[in-house]
Ligand binder design. Sequence first.
Ligand code: FES
Length: 99
Amino acid sequence: MNRIEEHPIINFKIGEEIPFKYNGVELWGRAGDTIAGALIANDIKYFRITNKYKEKRSLFCGIGQCTDCSVIVDGIQNVKSCVTKLEANMNIFMQGECD
Ligand code: FES
């Protein structure tokens, strides 16, 4: 697990654990996580593979302005994981491997 649980300056609430799947593997996130945050907390570093050069992509802007963090959520492509809240039982897949 790769999650900041405490911070010396910032106080934040840690939400309850919620299950989700990534590429068929059951993982756990926290209520209030973005999808990207939950993936990073589970040591998943890459979310998308580019079509042309098959390069791995992850967070770039972190504010919904590029497409580097796009994933497939419950069959819907191009979901920006950095600005989409994780919900219980989401079925998330890396985008681009099967394009
Ligand atoms: S990292 Fe740029 S849209 Fe998510």
